[in-house]
Design a protein around this ligand. Sequence first.
Ligand SMILES: *Cc1c(COP(=O)(O)O)cnc(C)c1O
Length: 498
Amino acid sequence: MYISTRDNYEKVSAAQAIKLGMVPAGGLFVPEQIPTLSLEKIFALKGCSYQAVAEKIISLFLEDFSSEEIKGCVARAYNGENFTHPEIAPLSKLDDRTFILELWHGPTAAFKDMALQIMPHFLSLAVRKVEAHKEIVILVATSGDTGKAALEGFKNVPGIKIIVFYPHQGVSRVQELQMSTTDGSNTYVVAVRGNFDDCQSAVKNIFADEEFKAVLAGHDYELSSANSINWGRLLPQIVYYFYAYLNLLTQGEIKAGEKINFVVPTGNFGNILAGWYAQKMGLPVYKFVCASNENKVLTDFFNTGIYDRNREFKQTNSPSMDILISSNLERFLFELTGHDGKKIKTWMDELNKTGRFQVDADTKKAMDEIMAAGFATERETLDTIKEVFAAAGYTLDTHTAVAVKVYEDYRKESGDMHKTVIDATASPFKFNTSVLEAIKGEQTTDCKDEFEVLQELSKVSGMPLHPALKDLDKKPVLHKRVCDKGEIKEVIGEILGI
Ligand SMILES: *Cc1c(COP(=O)(O)O)cnc(C)c1O
């Protein structure tokens, strides 16, 4: 069963937690008990496929789903059509101690695919279990990347329609084409005359519009979101921590039971938290290293115990980590305080009111035992891409480069010699201009459009262009809707035929 981090809701089943997304009164769902795997059981998975490991881990958390259902979800998500690598999340060796876990072989070239390829299938089943006759309408406001990952995940999933809103002329040409060329019988993409905030607040207003929701309910439609705080998005991420460990065992890089580190480029704290759950389940982990860019709220938090979002927001070259409120931290604190929902509610209320809260000494101590944290500047990020390319011939994206730099600093300072896995969260092609400029110098991208930059990066890195970004300019544009920000409700009605 799943419980609220703020002690303000009844226990619910996994299907209900996934269908609800978050606790209606505020708060996030977490498992009441974390299932554990003995070392013997973990080692028994050695040599298993990614799919087999996924089935095993996921079934421990979704007790109201049958093993056939879970098998079906895994097969529809992690297959050769959606992922460009047979291992789904392969490991690359950087040096004797350091390995890169490539989480970007999915259909949109970033790690969100690891969760968004399977979560829609969980949701589709969850709705059938809880309210069989309803059709779900997913609304997404996107500044570019999440929209495409959600479209790819939800397309052709039965019982669900997805509508994505993005700022008209406010995303890159590649991002726009990625979305507007999406096929699938249940996908809708709308350009909104306005900026991202306009899209986001319009969507938020619709979620709060009881009258409109009643009209939708009359037609058996229910709104939902693909939000990253849904347990259904966190759970699939636990899998690759086990898979990476098993992979190191198979390759003879570690001995059974040997502890390793994971370094995670962090924004909303979902990815690294999934790793923490893996450790709680029994995976031998020594430290997690939380890597931030110049929006270093989390670095400061782990160093001082004070979370303070009152600071300037910076737009950096690792934009997916440009975040000042890391939503999933709430789950982590709930776990570390031994499920003290009252305490969490107090801290979250303070964060809401003042933008700041401070944890108590016991919680700080519990954090210190398992977490290290650091940050990298934009300049350091680019230098790291250049250095790693020169030394190892390996091309990093900007987010992964942040993690590599933070790990280098951590290793120097701590002398920690454990084998270490660094999560690579995006393909270098996804942030092509920064990566190419880092390797070849800033002038290389002058007068080139993004498609030319992609070709050049492919040549320089020796990597084939990720299929998600290939021939985009030659695919048919299937979505051409444009609307004013005041018209979003009408557009939804038109799409749903009501
Ligand atoms: C979303 C994202 C992150 C941050 O992950 P969280 O789970 O939000 O911490 C890091 N890198 C990339 C490329 C991302 O898309």
